[in-house]
Design a protein around this ligand. Sequence first.
Ligand code: ATP
Length: 196
Amino acid sequence: MLKIGITGGIGSGKTTVCKVFEILGIPVFYADTVAKELMVSDPILIAGVKSAFGTVSYTESGKLNNQHIASIVFNNQIELEKLNALVHPAVFRAFDSWVSTIPKKVPYTLKEAALLFESGSYQMCDYTILVTAPVALKIARVMERDQVSEAQVMARMDKQFTDEQKAKMADYFVQNTNDTSVILQVLELHQQFLSL
Ligand code: ATP
């Protein structure tokens, strides 16, 4: 099964692009959504988080204590890497078992992840797509979507590689400005992937 990773900076529109692929019948694994689900459902991950950050990381009913985790990993690179070292393998396992459920007749799958390159998970993909948009547009989109300040968006952006860094690692591109047609670009990529 051909596996294609798709990424892009915050607000680039990678989820929007994935929805177009889904309309074409291509299954999409949303790694960031799955990671959040695994934090409260994967026994190995839960045990690892409790061992690394204390049993207080979860409430008695099993909910994640987001505030506690955030207070430890926010602005602490070593602790953040410790958390990532627990979460990423759990997501890799989930991706593998998800791929194994995809019917053989499906021509390819997509793995959407904000930190596809930063986490190294692009290595599990055959090819990668980078969704790009100008920084000002990305900021405006996220401010509107999440009702947050420019500074809050930029703080999240600072934790990601720049488009220039990611472009060096990507195989295919979608430009998601307001003047470009995402649908046409996706249709073109879809044809290319079918012929691979
Ligand atoms: P994040 O990394 O924060 O999850 P993302 O890269 O997945 O972001 P989206 O959620 O797809 O980005 O898009 C961000 C916002 O911009 C959404 O509200 C989406 O509807 C809007 N948006 C994306 N692309 C376009 C477009 N071409 N035209 C208009 N709005 C768009």
